[in-house]
Design a protein around this ligand. Structure first.
Ligand code: FPP
Length: 255
């Protein structure tokens, strides 16, 4: 089944007027937000200034997705490899995350955003884990848009955790080893509650998945945009949706 939502007439706002009423929007968009460091470097600013500016783009992407009728937006905010960055950048990013979730939770809640976090969250500071849990709890009944933030996330680590979970399920007799199938694996991933992404966008001209949603991206459309993440404004995101709407998705079949 083609996994896309249609833009309904009622959802088309002024900002979407450039998008034809018949265009299809992806149901689940996932974004690799790359280029914050280069944005800052171009302006002789510290890298954290690029991440701060990147937060503004996060706000705008959430608003645009909610307006367009996207149901799920996954943002790759901190990979398991990002710990290797200098201490001040890591602590700056963690500070931004705390600030974002604490200070903007009320606004996100008002917008009908359901927040979810994926990754090895147990590897984050305890106060951050508590903040994330309470944000998930407070927004759990919202249904306008689910925003999934990947933190201390790596797709291979996710698969290792899924295989361990599956082995436990086999040991406990919940599944038989010879009944293992794609659905059983999907149900053991951090993303078990969400559909696979229809569209994955990476900004800044890099063309790789960098250990992001490797299982889930099997049939995703990929768009690599040249803009650095802080410059990836509403227009850029709507352009990506338009490109997506023109792609023919066959899911391995001949139509
Ligand atoms: C990649 O750019 C970006 C990151 C590692 C962090 C992304 C984080 C944010 C946008 C802010 C926090 C977000 C949330 C949702 C709390 P880079 O630093 O690798 O850029 P470069 O390749 O130009 O160096």
């Amino acid at each position: 089944m083609i996994n896309m939502g249609k833009i309904e007439q009622s959802n088309i706002t002024e900002t979407l007027s450039a998008v034809p009423a018949t265009a299809s929007v992806p149901r689940h968009v996932a974004i690799i937000m790359d280029g914050n460091g280069r944005w800052a470097k171009k302006r002789s600013l510290p890298r954290i200034a690029g991440h701060k500016k990147g937060m503004d783009t996060v706000r705008s992407a959430i608003e645009t997705c909610a307006e367009a009728g996207v149901e799920y937006l996954t943002l790759y905010a901190f990979s398991s490899e990002n710990w290797k960055r200098p201490d001040d950048e890591v602590s700056g990013l963690m500070g931004l995350l705390r600030h974002y979730v604490v200070k903007e939770l009320g606004e996100l809640h008002k917008q009908g955003v359901r927040l979810r976090f994926i990754g090895r969250l147990e590897g984050l500071a305890e106060d951050i884990q508590d903040i994330l849990k309470s944000a998930e709890k407070r927004t759990e009944n919202n249904s306008k848009l689910t925003v999934i933030i990947a933190l201390n996330y790596g797709a291979r680590a996710e698969l290792i955790d899924a295989f361990k979970d599956l082995l436990d399920k086999v040991d406990e007799g919940q599944i038989k080893a010879d009944e293992l199938d794609e659905e059983a694996i999907s149900k053991s991933l951090y993303t078990k509650d969400f559909p696979d992404p229809d569209l994955i966008i990476r900004t800044s001209g890099e063309e790789r998945l960098s250990n992001f949603l490797l299982w889930q991206s099997a049939y995703a459309e990929l768009i690599f945009a040249d803009e650095l993440w802080p410059d990836f404004d509403k227009k850029c995101l709507l352009n990506a949706f338009q490109t997506f709407s023109k792609r023919e998705r066959r899911f391995g079949a001949r139509l």
